[in-house]
Design a protein around this ligand. Structure first.
Ligand SMILES: Cc1ncc(COP(=O)(O)O)c(C=O)c1O
Length: 406
């Protein structure tokens, strides 16, 4: 008789994980013992952190820390209930007002994670007979939201306006349609061509949703990808997370007041899950104060990213189409990624290894991402490590004019 758990012994992901562990190269679920934003301690070694989404460096800002501590003192550690019932605090409502204003929309609703925001909003809005059309590189939470919805999911080629048009043109004209894209792609670090995508959506009567998890705090002077292109009013739903630039955890959906009211009453991941704890909400409010009044953080972030992009490209690394503070270093197969990841740790640099299915086959990469508070000495240390490792493993052509500071 078959046992449900038989798959444990045949599953491909598990086999690859065990193979990597056997040769001492398994990189996942390994703990940091200390993290101060731009540096961390990983298995006893001090590393420069190029693996976080702490774009503005606010996770360690004293004002953000203090706001979270004061909220714990005032409200305790948990709201122990759903937003629908006992879990709504005045802090949540204040945060929703502030976020809506920040991204230029009438209203917003706050969820306990970014993942739940996408799953909840998409499955609420896309109903039987509707279509949801997603970019092939969209985040997993978008895909899960589509799967949970009663509608039909279609995909188009990454950032391809032609492919989107070809999908939309074949759908029934009178069906409801939602097109969902990432503002900034979390692995490739490239930006969605929103103006062109929006034009096609309008031609076919499709609503537009932008997951701006990596855009909020980064693009459009921190206000996101809609603002970056001057198109906020033509994006119907803006999703953002608190787990990146906002130095917390949680997420939100912003849009016109009537659709937000609808989502509030329909999103199962909002209604049937406990609300964001007060310290997390308070941390986001403190982060918002900083982002709104201190533009230097976004500026520093971009300067750091451009410095690293030039440095990595100058050595001959393939950074794909990245034009944001997410810079992938594309290396190819799992083995090369594993070797480079380990060697960089040895050299004191922490990156995130990403292999298929997180990337296309053969497109394994080290995802690097930058923070406003990285200092030049951190970045030079990282460039030096990439140079040492790349040359040792024969991954980069040695370019004599590129000799990053040690
Ligand atoms: C593009 C994108 N959307 C949604 C999420 C989910 O957000 P969270 O981790 O805050 O739940 C992530 C997180 O990695 C993301 O990168």
């Amino acid at each position: 008789m078959a046992d449900l758990f038989d798959k444990i012994h045949t599953d491909e992901t598990i086999r690859r994980a065990k193979d990597a562990t056997d040769i001492g190269m398994y990189p996942y679920f390994r703990a940091l013992s200390h993290s101060e934003g731009v540096t961390a301690t990983f298995e006893g070694k001090e590393v420069v952190m190029l693996g976080s989404n702490n774009y503005l460096g606010l996770t360690t800002d004293p004002r953000v820390r203090r706001a979270a501590i004061e909220a714990i003192e005032r409200y305790g550690t948990s709201v122990t209930g759903s937003r629908f019932l006992n879990g709504t605090l005045e802090l949540h409502l204040e945060l929703e007002r502030r976020l809506a204003k920040f991204v230029g929309k009438e209203a917003a609703v706050v969820f306990s994670t970014g993942y739940q925001s996408n799953v909840g909003a998409i499955s609420a809005v896309v109903q039987k007979g509707d279509y949801v059309i997603v970019d092939k590189d969209d985040h997993a939470s978008i895909v899960d939201g589509c799967t949970m919805s009663q509608g039909e999911m279609k995909r188009f080629r990454h950032n391809s306006v032609e492919s989107l048009e070809s999908v939309l043109s074949r759908l029934p004209a009178d069906a409801g349609k939602l097109v969902v894209v990432d503002g900034v792609y979390s692995m490739g670090g490239d930006i969605a061509p929103l103006p062109e995508l929006i034009e096609i959506c309008q031609k076919y009567g499709a609503r537009v949703m932008v997951d701006d998890a990596h855009g909020i705090g980064v693009t459009g002077n921190g206000r996101g990808t809609g603002e970056h292109f001057g198109k906020t009013d033509q994006v119907d739903l803006i999703m953002g997370t608190f787990s990146k630039s906002f130095a917390s955890i949680g997420g939100f959906i912003a849009g016109d007041a009537d659709i937000i009211y609808y989502i509030q009453h329909k999103a199962r991941s909002l209604i049937f899950s406990a609300a964001l704890p007060a310290p997390n909400a308070a941390a986001v409010l403190a982060a918002l104060d900083i982002i709104e009044t201190e533009p230097q953080h976004v500026k520093n972030l971009w300067e750091n990213a451009e410095y690293m992009r030039a440095g990595l490209k100058g050595m001959g690394y393939n950074t794909g189409l990245s034009n944001t503070p997410i810079i992938p270093v594309i290396l190819g197969d799992d083995f090369r990624v594993g070797l480079a990841w380990n060697a960089l740790i040895e050299e004191g640099v922490y990156t995130n290894p990403v292999v298929p299915p997180g990337t296309p086959p053969g497109g394994g990469l080290l995802r690097t991402s930058y923070t406003a508070t990285h200092r030049k000495e951190h970045l030079d240390r990282a460039l030096h490590a990439f140079k040492t490792v790349g040359e040792r493993l024969d991954f980069i052509p040695i370019s004599p004019e590129m000799t990053p500071a040690k």
